[in-house]
Design a binder for this molecule. Structure first.
Ligand code: NAD
Ligand code: UD1
Length: 338
């Protein structure tokens, strides 16, 4: 298949590009490099031993996106491009709605003009209403607690409406849980700018000595050890999930929302303990107050992905912790040193 990957230079996009190339698909990447480095693309080429075309464009620029579609006949689009900092979205809602919703509308319009009818969209577990019962399946009530979350909710709705209007389209909304880990080569991985908000980058940077201590946000949650529980999923499993979704959209029409999670919830302390044990490094921590907006536990019911896509997560928490550390310890400054 020939696939346009928007946001393909980013964390999840780069791992998915690598797997698509390994599986023999052809890709074209469109990324503004707003939150990514060209070095990631160089390393995808190096690992896959394959080449592909890259367009450094903002996909909201319709004329430039039309040019990409004029130059290639795509079977499908995998749409990762988006801004993802939940906290930032609260202060800058217009930036988030403009980028995430605007880019999705422009992309669909250009797809329509060029008769490309298949799209796999990066959604998030954050579209589930806080407080829904766990494990959460795709029929659970939706509702968000941040502008970022609402952008995902709105893009999902736009894509559902597109399928209603054009029933020959095929759309998969992939709702990721908490992606962590990196390709086992240690050559590509997550490279956040500034102080990371998410747990794993903070853990790896603390193990490197870049922060004195990890703050564990609350130990009085209703969980097995009091710390927050999440469904961490290896980014390489997510990449496999996209390849499976690509097969699915080639053979189905309509719109499906599908969880990509493991179905297993691990606590913050589970993560810290496993990380220390597997990597033989110390992660000093302190218990701090709860982070506003956090909930006790979020984990998926992953059955629909198995049923529709024939996909399930394979990598263990040990794999996730080992590969995260392998990437970070080999690239202490991320892609900067590349
Ligand atoms: P990322 O920031 O590493 O990758 C996103 C990429 O999109 C970046 O390379 C960025 O430069 C690019 N981009 C952003 N806006 C663009 C635009 N208008 N035009 C062209 N390129 C643009 O993020 P990621 O972690 O790889 O996430 C990929 C997608 O998955 C995002 O849509 C994100 O919201 C979603 N998601 C991520 C997580 C997570 O925890 N990482 C969880 C759920 C959903
Ligand atoms: C975050 C996003 C969510 C997104 C998800 C997956 C927020 C509010 N939510 O969720 O929209 O879908 O990532 O990428 O940002 N923790 C600490 N110390 C830290 C960092 C985190 O104890 O320094 C704890 C948190 O309290 C939580 C767990 O670790 O219990 C995971 O946190 P994080 O990695 O930020 O992910 P989520 O909060 O699940």
């Amino acid at each position: 298949m020939k696939v346009l990957v928007t946001g393909g230079a980013g964390y999840i996009g780069s791992h998915t590009c690598l797997e698509l190339l390994r599986q023999g698909h052809d890709i074209v990447v469109a990324d503004s490099l707003y939150n990514a480095k060209p070095e990631a693309l160089k390393r995808i080429r190096e690992l896959s031993k394959r080449d592909f075309q890259f367009y450094e464009i903002d996909i909201r620029n319709e004329a430039e996106l039309e040019r990409v579609f004029a130059e290639h006949a795509f079977d499908c689009v995998i749409h990762f491009a988006g801004l993802k900092a939940v906290g930032e979205s609260v202060g800058l809602p217009l930036k988030y709605y403009d980028n995430n919703v605007g880019s999705t509308i422009t992309l669909c319009r250009v797809m329509k003009n060029n008769k490309v009818k298949r799209i796999i969209f990066s959604s998030s577990a954050t579209v589930y209403r806080p407080g829904v019962l766990m494990p959460v399946d795709e029929t659970a009530e939706l509702g968000c607690s941040s502008p970022y979350g609402w952008t995902k909710f709105m893009c999902e709705q736009i894509l559902r409406d597109v399928v209603t209007a054009y029933p020959d389209w095929s759309v998969v909304l992939l709702r990721y849980f908490n992606p962590i880990g990196a390709d086992p080569s240690g050559r590509i991985g997550e490279d956040p700018t500034g102080i990371p908000n998410n747990l794993l980058p903070f853990v790896t940077q603390t193990a490197l000595g870049r922060h004195d201590k990890l703050q564990i946000f609350g130990n009085d949650y209703a969980t097995h050890d009091g710390t927050g529980v999440r469904d961490y999923i290896h980014v390489a499993d997510l990449a496999d999930g996209h390849v499976a979704a690509l097969q699915f959209v080639m053979n189905h029409k309509g719109c499906e929302a599908i969880n990509l999670g493991t179905g297993i919830g691990y606590s913050v302390l589970d993560i810290v303990n496993t990380f220390e044990e597997v990597n033989k490094v110390k992660v000093p921590y302190v218990i701090s107050p709860r982070r506003p907006g956090d909930v006790d536990a979020v984990y998926a019911k992953p059955d629909k992905a198995k049923k529709l896509l024939g996909w399930e997560a394979k990598r263990t928490l040990d794999d996730m912790c080992r590969d995260s550390w392998h990437w970070q310890s080999n690239n202490p400054q991320g892609y900067q040193e590349g």
